[in-house]
Design a protein. Structure first.
Ligand code: AMP
Length: 557
């Protein structure tokens, strides 16, 4: 523990808020919280650059709640006092959840409503008529409600938060945001939270902030190598499938994993491929209805699924938002929001979303921008947790790897190391992988995609009605079921003993239980087995790391 860090109870916070913080198990504020909360409570405008996973939601949510509690001691009249603007519906729901947790003991005094969901405007009108103290929304939703005269902010708004500010512009909210400003009062306190302070954010700063304090706290955009291990492995298309099969089927990847692919089709290609081997995985992309997406994330966080195959289409379609190279060239291209039929432009999983306890991020397809890499990989190693990122790199993806490496090279502690896996050792699996790949035809993918969307639309309807009332029933609703557009051969489920490389035999069946115990914290088996993996024996270093972490933890408490 850092000796002189200000603690929550030294910040003059309401007891109910302190109790909720204690329930969350947060023994001390994160760096951004330590700096931002006192300044915000003094009434300062803030521009904060904070690394994803740094605790920035609470950095603005705590002062928001505290100021509302204080203000309600004098003026009890119910009013919308704070507006939190977010770029995606997923983030909207996450922010609402966090605020609900923080207001667990003062929920009557501080009410929050997330209106970023897709419900009809008229269905949300009664919520707004009750004037929740905090409204969370995307800019376009707020604008729509203002236009429909369901929402008035020009007299009551006291605080404005713009979360993931850099993304708001890239999601095409620029016009919405600018026209919203005319509906705000002249004076309000504003917080701008952003992972990067690019030109868009500077422009926004001039529009909404008055004499702000700028907090540039993060040293690097990603945690250092003692917390986040980053690897890359060169492999072409077929090898990507071979490697993912081996990693998952032989249990070389442990714990919850997010697997990122390049587009929606690839989601289904990989899901169907894994399905051939009875490896269940959820798919997460912008075509799925928002209720399903949020439910998948909620269930993943509760430990229902081990693998999510996700796209980060916004990041992919708008690589320019951060690509330094392109920025230098001044060729900025804004996402016009025309991200394709059936796709939700307010979708985003690689940015801002707090997947819990993700042990591994696997870039099955490498992202197409530095920013996208940082945000994908930022889904693991959150708060104080360790994490591993592994990127599969085909020859066409090499230039982007170089770009990512040079962008991260400022951080000597934050580099991609080669994942020393001997592909030739797993040649024996190639035949069955090819067989499985052949079964995943274009037609099968098309059918799977349609079937999934149909299924999820039904799920989404159920979720819409039951989410609040019957949370238990919802546990029965799963999103990782087989889609079965292709014939599944039962024998593919098992891994024949003779195919397992001698060096990996100790990893599979016979010693499974023992192995499980060793890896129960999650992670990725690296060059633990000298002959299959190149390099020194990192099982040692894995144990060492754990020991070191244990010591660190012990030292902390
Ligand atoms: P955020 O950057 O707001 O998405 O938060 C990232 C993660 O850090 C979330 O899972 C939070 O629950 C967690 N977190 C936020 N503040 C703290 C804290 N003071 N102590 C421990 N965990 C925290």
């Amino acid at each position: 523990m850092e000796e002189d860090r200000l603690l929550f109870h030294e910040m003059g916070l309401d007891d109910r808020l302190l109790k909720a913080l204690a329930d969350l198990g947060w023994s001390q504020p994160t760096l951004i919280q330590e700096k931002a909360i006192p300044l915000a409570l003094e009434g300062k405008d803030l521009l904060a650059r904070a690394r994803t996973g740094s605790g920035k939601t609470a950095a603005y949510a705590v002062p928001l709640i505290q100021r509302i509690l204080t203000s309600k001691q004098t003026v009890r009249e119910q009013a919308i006092r704070a507006l939190v603007l977010v770029p995606t519906k997923e983030l909207g729901q996450q922010v609402q959840t966090m605020i609900r947790q923080l207001t667990a003991y003062c929920g009557r005094d501080v009410r929050v409503a997330d209106i970023s969901g897709k419900a009809d405007l008229s269905a949300q009108k009664p919520i707004l008529m009750e004037k929740p103290d905090i409204v969370v929304s995307t800019p376009s939703r707020v604008q729509a409600h203002i236009n429909a005269q369901n929402l008035q902010l020009h007299t009551s708004l006291e605080m404005l938060v713009i979360d993931e500010a850099d993304l708001l512009f890239s999601f095409g909210f620029e016009a919405d945001l600018k026209s919203l400003l005319c509906h705000f009062p002249k004076i309000y306190q504003a917080f701008l939270m952003s992972a990067t302070l690019n030109d868009d954010v500077q422009a926004l700063k001039d529009l909404v902030l008055h004499n702000p304090v700028t907090l540039k706290l993060q040293g690097s955009q990603l945690p250092d190598s003692s917390q986040l291990q980053q690897y890359s492995v060169q492999c072409e298309e077929e090898d990507k499938f071979l490697l993912i099969y081996t990693l998952l089927k032989l249990g070389l990847v442990r714990g919850k994993s997010l697997i990122f692919v390049g587009d929606v089709d690839r989601c289904y290609r990989l899901k169907l491929f894994l399905e051939q081997f009875s490896i269940p995985a959820c798919v997460l992309n912008s075509e799925l209805p928002v209720h399903s997406r949020c439910h998948i994330i909620a269930q993943f966080n509760q430990g229902f699924y081990n693998y999510i195959i996700a796209t980060d289409e916004q990041g992919l379609e708008n690589p320019v938002a951060s690509s330094q190279k392109t920025q230098e060239k001044g060729k900025k291209k804004k996402n016009s929001g025309k991200s394709g039929k059936g796709k939700d432009k307010e979708y985003g999983v690689s940015r801002g979303i707090d997947f819990h306890n993700v042990s591994n991020v696997i870039n099955f397809d490498f992202p197409t921008s530095v920013e996208s890499y940082i945000h994908r990989v930022g889904r693991t190693a959150r708060a104080d947790n360790p994490g591993t990122a592994l990127s599969f790199i085909s020859h066409t993806e090499l230039p982007m790897l170089t770009e990512v490496e040079s962008a991260l090279s400022g951080d000597t502690e934050c580099v991609l190391k080669p994942y020393g896996f001997k592909m030739e050792e797993i040649e024996g699996f190639r035949y069955r992988c090819r067989d499985a790949m052949r079964s995943v035809t274009k037609q099968a993918m098309k059918e799977a995609r349609l079937k999934e969307i149909k299924q999820e639309l039904l799920n989404s309807e159920k979720l819409k009605t039951y989410f609040e009332d019957n949370p238990r029933d919802l546990q029965l609703l799963r999103h990782d079921k087989d889609l079965h557009p292709a014939v599944i051969k039962p024998h593919m489920k098992n891994v024949p003993e003779y195919l397992i490389p001698a060096t990996l035999k100790s990893l599979v069946n016979p010693l499974k239980q023992r192995r499980k115990r060793k890896f129960k914290t999650g992670g990725m088996m690296l060059s633990s087995f000298k002959s299959t993996f190149r390099g020194k024996n990192p099982l040692k270093s894995f144990r060492y790391t754990r020991k070191k972490r244990g010591e660190k933890k012990a030292g902390k408490t």
